[in-house]
Design a protein around this ligand. Structure first.
Ligand code: AGP
Length: 609
């Protein structure tokens, strides 16, 4: 995901484009750049980091123009850096482009451009190929050159291009990535999404797949694949800018909860081939490598640590190798048994958490092999690991992590399946059974999210509580920790999670009349045990909200309220089970009037020890 903005008018393009990019930062924020057309030249400014960094550069080296294109990046090919930031230009800087999406055949195109045209590449991106291709085909007509370049490119993308020799136009193309054009008064606009333009225009064209747009100061012309003009009705936007950025959701957290089916689908899809085998694509964990490993450590913090706890179950079950899970801040100070035979799995959404990074460095120095599960491409954890298994959650904006957690789980299941199968420990039938369960998850998550109303109603009954307990067994104990963390970080309710069997060893002393206990009972093999735990707390007066699998209706006799997750194998219940807990925390926090996306005392990326 990246964000594109384009503007053409009488002047002042810089401010308008930067304003637009700021509204698109939710689409990615690891680098940004702008190309402005002025006095027959393209003037370029770009910088790694947030748009604020680009603004600083523009303050020190000011440029402006009557037209231009801008970009905010979410890295896919190449780390976030000044060189990899967009816009990219052709060799002599006469063409500039911005790009959102992936050019699948970029390697092949790059080789062709180097071989046939002697082109030197300056970045590690797939996007730079687009600038050179357009440059090679450019014969004085940018529209022609974009069509010629597009005929060579495969993938899902949107691009926008300008040429120094044609300062009166911007050309853009949409192929499976969003693009809109805004109709101004004496000026016109382009963008990846509506929020970028709402400060300036509310009348837009929604560009369809495989359409090319020619934007001048006086008009917007849309062409189809055969280069015929297309007539399009205008679309009037009535929403306010904030709501549009959040796709109509009240908060990023809720939007991100609802993005989980897509995140899981993408994460699985990127790593599974047509035969259902896990594709390692560049990760070197051969059978021989795995045979050398006698111990796995998983280190992470917060939500990522909870994903690691579930990962332990999967790896130990499918690979039969001992796995230890540690919070990163503890791992490095307890002299763990790490050597060349250790595989260290680091899990981090941001890839910048200092505790996790320090644990990684510690283990690396002792000879461990580092495999990371990371969401942000090119982040420090990703760069310092031997191998990276990316989650495909897309940018996570809300401080409370949701879609990163479930996509981390998907990665850990895939790693466990791969290791189990490569070592011959996991029988093929079991591999297929788990694979089918994983592939069914996006659909089941959709079904689960459709029932949000039930959770909202329960939240209304309990949002004034000041203490909540979460209990569960097996992987439900790990999900209980995550449910409890979600609740405390956004609602500030004192919540506590404990393995259900451990309750009687002390904590049960705190259960009294009307104490709220959330009981996770999603696993068939442990279901009866949890029914007994419900009896224990009910006997002391607790109010029980239970989480169970569809079909296990027996629980309704004991619990006061029940949420159901769709039927699935016990191994994958955490992916479904966490969702009602995320929603419960969200609705409770909302009813309590909390600042959900930016809770007090917290930061999205914790880069201090
Ligand atoms: C989760 O909701 C938290 N905000 C926090 O626990 C987070 O998961 C933790 O700080 C680790 O972050 P990372 O995944 O970016 O490394």
């Amino acid at each position: 995901m990246c964000g594109i903005v384009g503007y053409i008018g009488d002047g002042g393009a810089r401010k308008i484009i930067i304003d637009g990019l700021k509204r698109l930062e939710y689409r990615g924020y690891d680098s940004a750049g702008i190309a402005l057309l002025s006095e027959g030249r393209i003037k370029l400014r770009k910088a790694a980091g947030r748009i604020a960094n680009l603004e600083k550069i523009l303050e020190n080296a000011p440029v402006d123009g009557h037209a231009g294109i801008g970009h905010t990046r979410w890295a896919t090919h190449g780390a976030p850096s000044d060189e990899n930031a967009h816009p990219h230009t052709n060799g002599d800087g006469s063409i500039a482009i911005v790009h959102n999406g992936i050019i699948e055949n970029y390697q092949e195109l790059k080789e062709w451009l180097v071989r046939e045209h002697g082109i030197t590449f300056r970045s590690e991106t797939d996007s730079e190929v687009v600038a050179h291709l357009i440059g090679v085909f450019y014969k004085g007509n940018l529209l022609d050159a974009v069509y010629d370049a597009a005929a060579k490119m495969r993938g899902a993308y949107a691009i926008s291009a300008v040429a120094a020799a044609e300062p009166d136009r911007i050309v853009a193309l949409r192929k499976d990535a969003p693009l809109i054009a805004g109709i101004g008064d004496g000026c016109n606009f382009l963008a990846s999404d509506i929020p970028a333009l709402l400060k300036y225009v509310r009348t837009i064209y929604l560009i369809e797949n495989n359409e090319t747009v020619l934007v001048t100061q006086d008009g917007i012309t849309i062409f189809n694949e055969r280069r015929e003009k297309v007539k399009r009705d205008v679309f009037h936007v009535s929403w306010d800018a904030d709501a549009a950025e959040k796709d109509g959701y009240d908060h990023f957290m809720l939007k991100e909860i609802f993005e989980q089916p897509k995140g899981i689908f993408e994460t699985l899809n990127r790593r599974l081939d047509a035969d259902g085998r896990v594709r390692l694509d560049g990760i070197s964990l051969t059978k021989q490598d795995l045979e050398k490993i006698d111990r796995v450590y998983i280190v992470a913090c917060g939500t990522a640590y909870h994903a690691g706890l579930v990962g332990k179950y999967a790896i130990e079950k499918f690979v039969r190798i001992p796995v230890e899970v540690d919070v990163a801040s503890e791992f490095r100070y307890r002299e763990p048994f790490v050597n060349e035979k250790t595989l260290l799995i680091c899990i981090s959404q941001s890839g910048e958490t200092l505790d996790t990074l320090a644990a990684l460095r510690e283990a690396r120095a002792k000879g461990a092999r580092i495999l990371s599960v990371v969401n942000v491409v090119g982040s420090s954890v990703a760069r310092e690991s031997d191998d990276v298994f990316y989650t495909w959650a897309g940018p996570e904006i809300a401080v409370a992590s949701t879609k990163a957690f479930t996509t981390q789980l998907a990665c850990l299941y895939l790693i466990a399946l791969y290791m189990g199968s490569a070592t011959g420990v996991l029988p093929e039938g079991e591999y297929r059974r788990i694979l089918d369960e994983l592939n069914a998850l996006p659909g089941k998550l959709e079904a689960l999210l459709a029932d949000e109303r039930t959770i909202r109603e329960v939240a209304k009954k309990i949002y004034k509580k000041e203490q909540i307990f979460f209990i569960g067994r097996g992987t439900d104990a790990s999900v209980a920790l995550e449910g409890s963390l979600k609740l405390k970080e956004i609602s500030y309710i004192n919540s506590f999670a404990i393995a259900a069997g451990e309750l009687k060893h002390g904590t049960i002393a705190l259960i009294e009349q009307d104490t709220l206990v959330v009981v996770l009972a999603t696993q068939d093999r442990l279901f009866e045990k949890l029914l007994s735990n419900i009896e224990e707390v009910k006997a002391r007066g607790a109010y029980v909200i239970a989480l169970a699998k569809e079909g296990n209706r027996k629980i309704e006799k004991q619990a006061d309220d029940v949420f159901y997750i769709p039927a699935c194998a016990d191994e994958v219940t955490p992916v479904l089970g966490v969702v009602p807990l995320q929603l419960l925390a969200y609705h409770i926090a909302k009813l309590r009037g909390c600042d959900i996306d930016k809770p007090k005392n917290l930061a999205k990326s914790v880069t201090v020890e």
